[in-house]
Design a protein around this ligand. Structure first.
Ligand code: ADP
Length: 279
């Protein structure tokens, strides 16, 4: 298949025999034969910096606290922030033909490019197909030991890398992360449409940096303007939503590698709902 392949056989004259691949399911890669993964949830956002990695981490922590075994596949190859949030400094180890995820303090299995790089401040200046290939290998070449819920921190946006990830990893549902200053309706619509193309359900919508609670008077302030989350969710028939405040405890927890110790309950109901939806 050519590198320029858009996977749209209707507009292509090439006789590559790829027609039978028009079904997204046919691109799916098999996980490592020694992996045990029950459910996979993709966490997506319209752009970087809205808190996608934070939500991925908090969802994994929330599910783990409920007694499930969780894992994070960090597919945000050019901005991998998961190991830092969990304070993981050690490198991932491998066997002759497989890689092993690193376990967090509470036992969450994590694989990220930063766990493989000699120097984690090295920029990753790779083109899309190479990045997509690495994500695929995180699925096929890593032995995910025993996972009830795997959360995939997707690359931001709806470009070729997220598309490759969706086509190669069998995602059971997606969670969309937005922030109030974004053009939420458009971002959600794009994510919903991408999910539809891939035949994947949207499990819920999380608004990060939704409000700020004044530590002195306890009043809630909508720093970035009033939230339109519920109205937008309703217009796309998304019934599960959550809001996370701007909180310096969150920033500190991410910076100090202590995300597992945050005591926020913002995603508890949300993760209950996900559990029910994926039963
Ligand atoms: P993304 O994955 O969308 O690029 P991150 O989850 O890595 O974004 O968030 C970037 C940084 O912003 C985090 O490391 C954290 O320090 C900060 N941050 C995110 N959400 C919040 C929040 N609700 N309150 C305080 N700081 C936050």
């Amino acid at each position: 298949m050519s590198e320029e392949c858009t996977h749209n056989c209707e507009t292509c004259s090439s006789n590559c025999g790829g027609e039978q691949k028009a079904d997204p399911a046919s691109f799916l890669e098999k996980p490592n034969e020694n992996s045990h993964i029950k459910k996979v949830i993709g966490v997506v956002s319209g752009k970087g910096g809205v808190g996608k990695s934070l939500v991925t981490s908090l969802l994994a922590v929330s599910m783990q606290r409920k007694g499930f075994k969780t894992a994070i596949l960090d597919a945000d190859i050019t901005g991998p922030s998961i190991p830092k949030a969990f304070g993981i400094k050690e490198k991932a180890q491998g066997t002759e033909n497989a890689l092993l995820p690193v376990k967090s303090k509470t036992g969450i299995e994590i694989m990220s490019l930063n766990l493989l790089l000699e120097n984690e401040t090295e920029p990753v200046v790779w083109r899309g197909p190479v990045i997509g290939g690495v994500v695929k290998q995180f699925w096929t070449d890593v032995i995910w030991e025993d996972v009830d819920y795997m959360f995939v921190d997707m690359p931001p946006g709806t470009g070729d890398v997220p598309l490759t990830v969706f086509q190669s990893i069998p995602v059971d549902g997606i969670v969309v992360v937005t922030s109030p200053q974004e053009l939420v309706t458009m971002i959600v619509e794009k994510a919903v449409n991408m999910a539809k193309m891939m035949h994947i359900p949207v499990l819920g919508l999380v608004e990060n940096m939704s409000y700020f609670v004044c530590p002195d008077c306890g009043k809630k302030h909508a720093i970035y303007g009033e939230s339109h989350l519920d109205a937008v969710a309703a217009s796309f028939n998304i019934t599960t939503t959550a809001k996370i405040p701007i909180d310096s405890k969150i920033t500190a927890a991410c910076d100090q590698g202590m995300i597992e110790l945050t005591n926020g309950t913002w995603l508890d109901d949300f993760s209950d709902a996900i559990e029910q939806k994926l039963k």
